[in-house]
Design a protein around this ligand. Structure first.
Ligand code: ASP
Ligand code: MG
Length: 405
């Protein structure tokens, strides 16, 4: 008998029919003798819909009230699923975040888990119940309902898996695992059987929406065996673990891409030692996430600092820069829209020099101009024109031998 956490995302439970299907699946695991905790998301696009409703009333709704609103989505699913499991003859009980013992800090809409007291869950499991927990929500020490940020149900699942010492945490979704690239745009992409936490972390941070980065980080830190599987078939999906053999000597295991990147550039009359620190402290204080940073100080030229952000942050970034122009000391700011980021990820890069060179070489052969570069031990990202994004992704997928064979 094992302890299993099964997490179902929005698309897997979008309708009552899908909830019935999922219940049957849970029922099978229960029949196999496992102890089961289920974590659910809100049905379909419910969370988006709730956000939209709030925005019909206010552009800037209170974050506390947004948490009250958004946390209802998961509660609908958990109750419906419990009702269906009862219907199938199981003893199932649904729990809100606070009933499940999930305590967070008080950062509304982006709370972090502080502790998870699994006493209640464990008691219910030993009473032979199927325990269903609302994902995405928790409670602060002083009793306020919080949510964990978009995609937060994944984090709930992994945190519960850690606290009950589950044997495995299965994240069920509408794809059958993690792919070498997004198959909707890279037709030769294929499913990976295994992937390292760190590789998944890079891919998740690069926008592979299947798993939330915070959940992957949590799984990595607590060594939770995490699987990404399809809710529609019995496939084993993709298993995340600490170390994976270099399958067919594949140095690169994934190609990720993201549209709507903007590059901002500031020019200075004279070099300032503290200009970098000042800009990024100011942006951070305003919660603006900066990605790639390039500083250029060349004799005889005016110094510049460029950085990339997501397009959605542009208006706010410009406001922040403009209103701090004097303190920051730059003379000229410009931005370029219509850019995209394409990245290659693979832990094999650490021990294989020349991967970045091979990437630039291929992009050059494809006549794709590279505007910015950033590297980590297991990732190289380039900023390129958005019009070239899909072509670049396909070319790199081919270049590093990831295509279906
Ligand atoms: N329902 C929340 C969202 O859509 C949390 C989740 O699904 O993980 O972001
Ligand atoms: Mg999700």
């Amino acid at each position: 008998m094992s302890k299993i956490v099964m997490k179902f995302g929005g698309t897997s439970i979008a309708t009552t029919d899908k909830i019935k299907h999922v219940a049957t699946r849970i029922s099978k695991e229960k029949a196999a003798g496992h102890e089961i905790v289920v974590v659910v998301s809100a049905m379909g696009k419910t969370t988006d819909e709730l956000v939209r409703l709030a925005n019909e009333i206010s552009e800037n709704p209170s974050k506390r009230e947004m948490d009250m609103l958004l946390s209802t989505g998961e509660q609908v699913t958990m109750a419906l699923l419990a009702i269906q499991l009862n219907q199938l003859g199981h003893e199932a009980i649904s729990l809100t975040g606070w009933q499940a013992g999930l305590q967070t800090d008080l950062v509304h809409r982006n709370a972090r888990i502080e502790k998870l007291d699994a006493k209640n869950i464990l008691n219910l499991l030993s009473d032979n119940k199927i325990v269903i927990v609302a994902g995405f929500q928790g409670v602060s020490a002083d009793g306020q309902i919080t949510t964990l940020g978009r995609g937060g149900s994944d984090t709930t699942a992994v945190a519960i898996a850690a606290s009950i010492e589950a044997d495995v945490c299965d994240v069920y979704t509408d794809v059958d695992g993690i792919y070498t690239s997004d198959p909707r745009f890279v037709p030769t992409a294929r499913k990976l059987d295994e992937l390292e936490y760190d590789e998944m972390l890079e891919l998740a941070n690069l926008g592979a929406g299947v798993l939330s980065p915070r959940a992957v980080e949590f799984a990595k830190n607590h060594k939770i065996p995490l699987r990404v599987r399809s809710s529609y078939n019995e496939g084993i999906g993709t298993v995340l673990k600490g170390e994976v053999d270099l399958e067919n000597n594949l140095v690169v295991r994934g190609v990720a891409f993201e549209a709507d990147i903007v590059r901002l550039t500031m020019e200075y009359e004279v070099p300032f030692n503290d200009s970098l620190a000042k800009i990024f402290t100011t942006l951070a204080a305003n919660h603006i996430n900066v990605d790639i940073i390039v500083q250029s100080i060349v004799d005889g030229k005016k110094p510049t600092v460029s950085f990339s952000i997501k397009k959605e942050w542009l208006a706010e970034t410009i406001t922040v820069l403009e209103s701090n122009k004097e303190a920051l000391g730059f003379t000229f700011a410009d931005f370029e829209v219509g850019l995209a980021k394409v990245s290659i990820v693979g832990s094999g890069m650490v021990s294989n020099p020349g991967v970045a060179a091979q990437m630039f070489d291929r992009l050059q052969k494809e006549s794709i101009p590279v505007k910015m570069v950033s590297t980590s031990e297991i990732k190289v990202s380039v900023v390129i024109p958005q019009d070239d994004m899909i072509r670049a992704a396909n070319a790199l997928h081919d270049e590093f031998g990831l295509a279906l064979v």
